[in-house]
Design a binder for this molecule. Sequence first.
Ligand SMILES: Cc1cc2nc3c(=O)[nH]c(=O)nc-3n(C[C@H](O)[C@H](O)[C@H](O)COP(=O)(O)OP(=O)(O)OC[C@H]3O[C@@H](n4cnc5c(N)ncnc54)[C@H](O)[C@@H]3O)c2cc1C
Ligand code: SF4
Length: 408
Amino acid sequence: MAACLPGCPLGIDIPGFIRFLREGDTVLALERIKQENPFPAICGRICPAPCEQACVFQSDGNPISIRGLERFAADFGQSKAEKLSLALGGKKVAIIGAGPAGMSASYYLAKMNFSVTIFEAAHEPGGFLRYTVPEFRLPQKVLDEQFSQLKRWGVEIQTDVVFGRTMMTDELFMRGFSAILLATGAGLPIFSDLPGSSLGGVFYDKEFLYRLQAIKKEDALQAARRQMIGGPNTVVIGCGQSAFDAARLIVRLGGKVQVIFEGFEEQAGVDHDILKESREEGIEIHSIKALEMVGDAAGFVQGVKCRKLDIVDGKNGLKLEPSQDKSVILEAQTVIIANGQRPNDLLKNYLPQLKWDNDGSLWADAQSGMTSIDKVFGCGSVVTGGGSVVDAIAGGKAAAQKIIEYLK
Ligand SMILES: Cc1cc2nc3c(=O)[nH]c(=O)nc-3n(C[C@H](O)[C@H](O)[C@H](O)COP(=O)(O)OP(=O)(O)OC[C@H]3O[C@@H](n4cnc5c(N)ncnc54)[C@H](O)[C@@H]3O)c2cc1C
Ligand code: SF4
């Protein structure tokens, strides 16, 4: 088999684990993957798989499905390392935030015998993976199973603790922690300046998905429908993964959805498969420019005023420009805005000594991983401003290595 170019941010030995799978040894295949990736069942389901774009082995013109093979190994192999129980007794490290970045850092620190405590603001660990990615793409029980090893190893996870409100830096150092790792993510939506954004029935993607995931009842969808869905038509403005997650959940609520964004389809922030599945589920996808939300006298949204886009020949190739045609109104009793996200201001206000980059993300020294506060490190999307789950896991891994180096 031809080797794959390095395309995995975690550096998984892809030819190596595939070779074990070909020999029918799922246990060794999984162990090979887990040398570099603590959460293969998560990545095997939702990683955007940059490795496949770099893969030189083609089958029928397509790269082999490395992500699918990783999922197979994770679901059917059982790693020996998982059964180990560790007696953690080294220096104490506090991790703030139990998203994939913080959880990954805890894995690598615990493996080197550091005593790790994670402080998480929400009720359960997982970050966006727990509270926004829908069950049909990433079942909650997969998350629980992937994190169970950390608990077995002795990593302590304290939930419902808000760093900067109910837990402070001084207190952590007084309690004997030698380093603090900020892995608080980028959970605040980038607000829209479209007129009508504050009408009733207009939501931001994360808020909408968070509400839906938080209702853990048999009748979650019906309950959500009673609470949030004003009518049969929804327009989602945006083209990233969370725009399509929101759209596909609405379809499961029985609604009709149009996803609109200003750009070519190839510029959408999701892979071709998601676009294809979304269409098969009945979602309409349009390249169109949203101009404003139109409301009724009671202040509820009724539609989105848009302008069609024409394809024109530009200097650097084809581009889209608003058409001279009249504007159109897409009927919608619910509008979901998916504009991206940035870190919230809690850390900024609580620790004014922290340095931030111009794009609003936390500054951390590239070499040492340390922020502008001594012994306080940063990783994950609070530092990168976004990215995928594999980037967050890789960020957590790199930060753990830098903390280990520092504490030596
Ligand atoms: C709807 C949606 C779908 C996505 N789908 C995909 C996908 O298919 N594939 C993919 O690769 N990526 C996907 N992503 C992106 C992926 O979820 C993120 O890259 C990843 O979760 C970032 O990890 P993180 O640990 O840096 O931050 P987060 O996951 O945001 O975790 C940060 C954690 O810190 C906690 N926290 C914040 N402030 C505090 C505080 N003051 N005190 C204590 N705790 C705090 C938060 O509660 C949270 O649990 C998706 C994102 C969304 C929103
Ligand atoms: S984690 Fe993602 S990039 Fe790495 S091998 Fe798996 S699917 Fe590919």
